[in-house]
Design a protein around this ligand. Structure first.
Ligand SMILES: Nc1ncnc2c1ncn2[C@@H]1O[C@H](COP(=O)(O)OS(=O)(=O)O)[C@@H](OP(=O)(O)O)[C@H]1O
Ligand SMILES: [Mg+2]
Ligand SMILES: [Mg+2]
Ligand SMILES: [Mg+2]
Length: 373
């Protein structure tokens, strides 16, 4: 069975994502309790934080330990350009501390960390090693250390996304969602009581492997050691709702990331009645996989090229939990072309089932025709 073939990879991936969630929760708390400068702007005006670099370094280090440095290819979002500037020494120091504090906890996640704390050059090397450009041949790990960095700095939803691609196909997908409660209706509850999450209301890690037809969810392993490894896992499944009037659709929070008015037109054509659920990050895919929403639509501005790390893990989770994902023309997403999803037709549509998917694709076609008249 294909999923057994990748059991070691999946096992390591799930554990390192748990570690990354632990790291991010710590940094997110510090972000609100200190006023140190942990957030920077990148050239495209998007944000990067101590957590993004720290997760990338930690996961790279752990994957290299597990699978050997010779034959590992990692495609990930961040680089070291900002961190190596002389004026960034305080920032690098914060990354160093958070990576080493996290790696020291590795045994709690059933993994082995380094014998002694990593130095700055090892951290920079780990981050910059994740510079593979992927492609159609061989195996590539694909990492978004913090997806939804804006959500992260706002104390809202974000995700740690790790996938493994072989010969252009996503084989395993793991999503860590520290602010997405394992309880039913976890998203709604969070949006109502932000930052007031009860102590037993922890986030989750979801994972799957291609062809298994199953996707799983675990509660986060908490700092107070309440959940020790091996952690309990629960099967997740997409919603069975196929009546558009009862369906919930989610979309990006930022208008600059997706055309809200076009999505509203499609929703109207299909007969969706509920207000859109606007959620940062790949937590949108997680919500479809868990059955908390039925539709996810994203229409980026024309010319924007989607990156594989923003989708790989989420797409596989939705598919294996019983859902359907395609571009807005109905074609599958192609993860074999390098760091970008080439040839995406207008946008991305993920649905809990085929019936809703067909309706949305049809409505996109109709709305596009009429908006271009
Ligand atoms: N202009 C533009 N258009 C479309 N998409 C963009 C754009 N700019 C950025 N990004 C990528 O979007 C990631 C966040 O996407 P979301 O769908 O979660 O959007 S939102 O945060 O809810 O608004 C976000 O991922 P992170 O950088 O990992 O946070 C970006 O990769
Ligand atoms: Mg980013
Ligand atoms: Mg991202
Ligand atoms: Mg990111």
């Amino acid at each position: 069975m294909e999923n057994e073939k990748y059991s070691k990879e999946l096992n390591v991936a799930v554990r390192v994502v748990h570690m990354a969630c632990f790291l991010c929760e710590k940094v997110q708390k510090q972000l609100f309790s200190t006023n140190s400068d942990q957030v920077k702007s990148k050239d495209d005006d998007s944000l990067v934080t101590v957590a993004d670099w720290s997760v990338q370094a930690t996961i790279c280090w752990m994957l290299t330990e597990a699978f050997g440095s010779q034959n590992i290819s990692i495609v990930a979002e961040e680089d070291v350009q900002t961190l190596i500037k002389p004026e960034s020494s305080a920032l690098l120091e914060m990354v160093l501390t958070s990576v080493n504090e996290c790696l020291a906890e590795a045994p709690r996640f059933g993994l082995q960390g380094p014998d002694k704390a990593l130095g700055p050059s090892q951290i920079l090397e780990a981050i910059s090693k994740c510079n593979s450009t992927g492609g159609p041949l061989g195996r590539h790990w694909v990492l978004d250390p913090v997806d939804g960095t804006l959500g992260f700095v706002r104390g809202d939803q974000y995700a740690i996304a790790l996938a493994m691609i072989e010969y252009g196909q996503v084989k395993i997908g793991v999503l860590g969602c520290p602010n997405y409660s394992v309880k039913d209706d976890g998203l709604n509850k969070y949006s109502q009581q932000k930052n007031l999450v009860e102590s037993d209301d922890v986030g989750c890690v979801m994972y799957t492997s291609k062809g298994s037809g199953k996707a799983w969810m675990q509660p986060l392993i908490l700092c107070d050691k309440r959940f020790e490894w091996p952690n309990s896992a629960k099967l997740i499944r997409v919603s069975s709702i196929d009546d558009p009037a009862l369906a919930t659709f989610c979309e990006p929070v930022e208008r600059s990331n997706s055309d809200h008015s076009f999505a509203a037109g499609v929703a109207n054509t299909v007969g969706l009645r509920k207000k859109p659920l606007r959620v940062y990050s790949m937590v949108k895919y997680a919500a479809i996989a868990r059955g908390e929403a039925e539709i996810y639509m994203k229409f980026a501005r024309s010319g924007y090229k989607e990156k594989i790390w923003d989708h790989a893990a989420g797409v596989l989770l939705v598919q294996e939990a019983g859902g359907v994902v395609s571009d807005a023309g109905g074609r599958s997403l192609d993860f074999s072309k390098g760091i970008y999803l080439e040839g995406v037709d207008r946008g991305i549509i993920a649905c809990s089932g085929l019936a809703l998917h067909e309706k949305i694709i049809g409505a996109v076609y109709d709305s596009w025709e009429s908006s271009n008249l």
